[in-house]
Design a binder for this molecule. Structure first.
Ligand code: ADP
Ligand code: MG
Ligand code: MG
Length: 209
């Protein structure tokens, strides 16, 4: 697949909502270990709201901006503003283009990562969603430079995000609620990194269809 249109981005949001809902208990269990046990619930509520808000006859950028706004307004906790920023920054970077090619999607993912880091001030290694998103963006860009098409780049990003989430297990949290636990945060996967892997998995599956 060489490009994605508004329908594809709406399909991605729906697919993400379905996965989040199916995985909400697992995400909440991860958050119960090192946070306050609401991550699955927060995201389930947020992505349901995003699906309900999806506009008709709008370009990809608008689809993501509207979805991101809905997530911010309906999702409690740290993750609402962070995921809202991901979608709004990505959407903004598309402008009003009707089609998004591999390079444009890569630029959007890079913009989303920058937005998350502007807002949350987390670096790689702090045991947050940045530990899934940053390697995903890097892998996407590397695949693009190697000449992969959009679906191939998205698959590389999803695989890197999943590895990145696994890599948070031994880390000590330095941002978010988990940081209150200090060394007791070690030995558990970061819930936000895990959900980020799921979001990118949904993107790769949608792009590959
Ligand atoms: P809360 O911790 O407020 O209850 P959630 O449980 O929904 O919110 O989300 C927790 C996740 O948010 C963490 O696992 C982490 O990945 C992410 N997170 C928290 N703080 C930050 C931050 N400053 N930067 C990036 N991600 C963060
Ligand atoms: Mg929480
Ligand atoms: Mg909370």
């Amino acid at each position: 697949t060489g490009s994605m249109d508004a329908g594809d981005f709406a399909a991605w949001i729906r697919s993400t909502a379905g996965r989040v809902s199916a995985d909400a208990e697992r995400l909440t269990r991860l958050d119960a270990a090192i946070g306050d046990g609401d991550h699955g619930l927060n995201l389930d509520r947020g992505f349901r709201a995003a699906v309900e808000a999806l506009p008709e006859d709008a370009p990809p950028g608008k689809v993501l901006i509207v979805a991101g706004r809905a997530i911010v307004s309906k999702t409690g906790g740290a993750s609402g503003p962070l995921y809202g920023t991901v979608l709004r920054r990505a959407g903004k970077s598309f402008g009003d283009a009707a089609g998004v090619d591999a390079a444009a999607l890569g630029a959007a993912l890079r913009a989303a990562l920058e937005g998350v880091q502007d807002l949350g001030k987390a670096a790689e290694g702090d045991k947050t969603m940045v530990d899934a998103l940053a390697p995903a963006v890097a892998a996407y860009e590397a695949a693009l430079a190697d000449g992969s098409d959009l679906a191939g780049c998205a698959r590389a990003a999803a695989e890197a995000a999943s590895k990145g989430a696994d890599g948070t297990v031994p880390m000590r949290a330095r941002k978010g609620r988990a940081s209150y636990l200090g060394e007791r945060s070690e030995g558990h996967m970061d819930p936000g990194a895990s959900s980020t892997a799921l979001v990118l998995e949904a993107l790769a599956d949608t792009a590959g269809e």
